[in-house]
Design a binder for this molecule. Structure first.
Ligand SMILES: Nc1ncnc2c1ncn2[C@@H]1O[C@H](COP(=O)(O)OP(=O)(O)OP(=O)(O)O)[C@@H](O)[C@H]1O
Ligand SMILES: [Mg+2]
Length: 137
């Protein structure tokens, strides 16, 4: 069992829509390679990471390929930590209006993210930290 927080990925990538799936795959593979027993299956993990990545590239970096997103993944003995930051102005994550009705055509990403993990943001709102529980045997 890993006792201390160990970094397993640190990746920067330009904000390009059709590269998004490749980036999610890189992340999933990095987690799989370490044989990390997350409480989410790979499909759930895929959906969660995709929503966070999309928000960073879309709202943060306006799909500007000159602007990068940075992904850091680490693991400790209880959680898998995935942090995704962008070069945008951020947003007020404390404002309840960010969490729109789940039935609206947009505004589903944060609902999906909250369904799967405990998200938190830096003060500016341009970095999301996803904390995913690990399974114990
Ligand atoms: N990285 C970010 N930078 C700036 N604003 C953000 C960021 N992430 C989320 N937001 C704000 O939070 C709102 C809600 O995000 P959410 O993912 O729930 O919905 P959406 O991205 O607008 O639509 P959907 O995800 O359903 O396509 C966004 O509309 C945006 O205003
Ligand atoms: Mg979204």
């Amino acid at each position: 069992m890993i006792q201390q927080k160990a970094e397993i990925l640190n990746l920067s990538h330009p904000s390009i829509k059709n590269r998004k799936k490749d980036i999610v795959d890189i992340i999933i593979k990095a987690i799989r390679r370490r044989e990390i027993q997350a409480s989410l299956n790979e499909n759930e993990m895929h959906l969660l990471i995709d929503e966070a990545l999309t928000n960073a590239m879309e709202h943060g970096n306006n799909w500007n390929p000159k602007k990068v997103i940075n992904i850091k993944i680490s693991v400790d003995h209880t959680f898998l930590h995935i942090s995704i930051s962008d070069e945008g102005h951020g947003f007020n994550s404390q404002d309840p209006s960010c969490f729109r009705e789940v039935f609206q055509p947009r505004g589903r990403g944060l609902h999906i993210i909250k369904q799967f993990c405990e998200p938190s943001w830096n003060k500016k709102g341009n970095r999301i930290d996803l904390k995913i529980a690990l399974n114990y045997h």
